[in-house]
Design a protein around this ligand. Structure first.
Ligand SMILES: Cc1cc2nc3c(=O)[nH]c(=O)nc-3n(C[C@H](O)[C@H](O)[C@H](O)COP(=O)(O)O)c2cc1C
Length: 312
């Protein structure tokens, strides 16, 4: 399979796990990497939260040698913030700038997808990180309310970014609007840096189509509760044959994830949100999910999951 390189960072294949708020912590990244994701990002962090050095954000920034190449995604409002954050993120292999988050909390602050209105500002942010010697990428959408993706992509490239990820929706498009992949192809024809396509990749055939258009495929929702989607996609890309979802295997990965969460601080809110997604694909899954959500402690969830695994 063709390889993907982001700056000097070589990826073992062309599949990437998206940054995912409340999901892509170290344990989740590790199980996705084990299943074959070549790259996995820490969820979007606000630069102001990083600069405040609060414990929660520091916990989210945790990484280790299994989490390589490491990737962090940041967003912010001003170029000055980007200058200040350099010492906090310089040890990551890749630093991605979020220019796509549509949450009002983020856009009201002038960051996330709001930045798409100001391509030159994004370019200055990229330049700031590049001048500091960081491997820098940007994850964009097609536009804020109007499509200006080619303009933004050109500005990002001109500023020296090492790659660009295109989530092929406008910022005000929900996930019910299909991602419009023709714009990923247009960006690919417009810029010379690697283009990673994102939006609605769910399986091997989808990933294959995306990889015909782009240099990499970034996967978000398909991985939540199903990290083995990476393995199935890689199998398809190699053999042309689709592998079925395997509920038993998924439960095994679920237990691995839970055990990693134990050493990661076991935040119950986060664990439960992610855990409920793992319980699927077998008779009685909905009932089991409801039962599991009633557990109040980490150990409660763990013993429930262990029992469940025996019956799947
Ligand atoms: C729970 C959740 C959290 C997300 N968090 C982030 C994030 O932190 N940064 C980001 O760039 N995109 C985030 N996204 C958007 C995804 O990365 C991705 O762009 C989008 O879901 C489309 O890809 P998909 O069709 O593979 O899900 C999030 C999406 C979901 C569902």
């Amino acid at each position: 399979m063709r390889k993907l390189k982001i700056g000097d960072v070589k990826l073992k294949n062309r599949l990437l796990l998206s940054p995912l708020v409340d999901v892509s912590d170290l344990p989740f990244r590790l199980v996705c990497r084990k299943a074959g994701a070549a790259m996995a990002y820490i969820e979007m962090l606000n630069i102001s939260a990083i600069l405040h050095e609060n414990r929660h954000t520091e916990g989210l920034m945790r990484t280790d040698k299994r989490d390589k190449p490491s990737g962090i995604q940041i967003t912010g409002r001003t170029v000055e913030e980007f200058e200040k954050v350099v010492p906090y993120v310089e040890n990551f292999d890749v630093v991605d700038i979020n220019c796509g988050c549509p949450s009002i909390r983020i856009t009201d602050n002038g960051s996330g997808s709001f930045l798409l209105k100001h391509p030159e500002k994004i370019a200055d942010m990229v330049r700031t990180l590049k001048d500091a010697g960081l491997t820098t990428t940007a994850k964009i959408r097609l536009g804020f309310k109007e499509n200006n993706v080619l303009k933004v992509a050109k500005a990002v490239e001109k500023a020296g970014a090492d790659a660009i990820t295109v989530h092929a929706r406008l910022a005000d498009h929900g996930s019910d609007v299909p991602a419009d992949w023709k714009w990923i192809a247009k960006v690919k024809h417009t810029v010379g840096i690697p283009v990673i396509g994102n939006g609605d990749v769910w399986d091997g055939p989808g990933a294959e189509k995306m990889l015909d258009l782009a240099d990499g495929a970034m996967i978000a929702r398909a991985s939540i509760g199903d990290p083995a989607v990476f393995e199935r996609i890689l199998h398809y890309l190699k053999t042309g044959k689709e592998k079925e979802f395997d509920a038993r295997k998924n439960m095994k990965i679920f237990l691995e994830y839970l055990s990693l969460e134990k050493t990661n601080g076991a935040d119950m809110g986060r664990i439960k949100r992610v855990c409920s997604k793992f319980v699927r694909g077998f008779g009685g899954a909905a009932k089991a999910r409801d039962e599991m959500m009633k557990k109040k402690t980490y150990d409660g969830v763990l013993s429930f999951a262990k029992e469940l695994r025996k019956s799947v």
